[in-house]
Design a protein around this ligand. Sequence first.
Ligand SMILES: C[S@@+](CC[C@H](N)C(=O)[O-])C[C@H]1O[C@@H](n2cnc3c(N)ncnc32)[C@H](O)[C@@H]1O
Length: 254
Amino acid sequence: MSINYPPDFVARFYDLIYKKVRTGVDLDYYMKKILETDGPVLELGVGTGRIFMKALKNGADIYGIDISPSMVEKLKEKLDRKYHKRVFIQDAANMSFDRKFDLIIAPFRVFSHITKVREQIAILDKIHEYLNDNGKLIFDLYIPNLKLLSEGMRNYMDFDGEYEPGKRIKRFTSVKSDLVNQLSYVNMKFVWEEAQKEIAKDWNFQMRFYFRFELEHLIRQSKLKLINIFGDFDENELNSDSKEFIVICQKLKD
Ligand SMILES: C[S@@+](CC[C@H](N)C(=O)[O-])C[C@H]1O[C@@H](n2cnc3c(N)ncnc32)[C@H](O)[C@@H]1O
């Protein structure tokens, strides 16, 4: 059976891989947004705390949820016990809290994991419910690369590194996309050495890709107001070379 959220071996190597391939891209942006917020912040899809941990260390009043028990377990391993109550295993589509937030973020393509429109809307409704008036939602998504979508990818080694001295982990990614349903079927094969043996495990999951006007219409269906969709983490306007959507919405006072 395949699950659409990260299983244990993915959580295990997540920090090692994404420190190299992602942190330089988005960490400073989200940190700035978090630290300029006065009230509480919620990270949806908090993962292993790549952003959350730094925000907390810098004094942010931050909370996090994730649907993957393995990712939350990894995060809690790094987190002082007194902060464990800031992190929950929850599905964003039916999340529940005893407080509201001034900023909700869903960094690093969390919405790509939400494949069905009714779940996307359910999450936007929940975000509206748990934002304070004038509170903001910020999330990012990749802009579909049409060449990649049509040609796909086969066994591309996108990571090769040591996870312990003398022990390597490699990751191979294959992708095939369904253009009508806007779904990419992804296979990530993790191959690593352990106790003198080679272990290989696959994670198969779906990623939903979005187009610009679809996003605009999606937000319009919710009770949130779309403020802007930028084309990168420097908040440049979208243009034909942009690679990312950075979506900013606000909850207006009723
Ligand atoms: C690419 S990771 C991003 C993790 C973290 N935000 C970061 O920037 O490193 C996406 C995360 O979203 C989580 N996720 C996917 N669907 C979710 C849902 N419905 N509710 C909560 N978390 C979800 C996954 O389990 C995964 O940990």
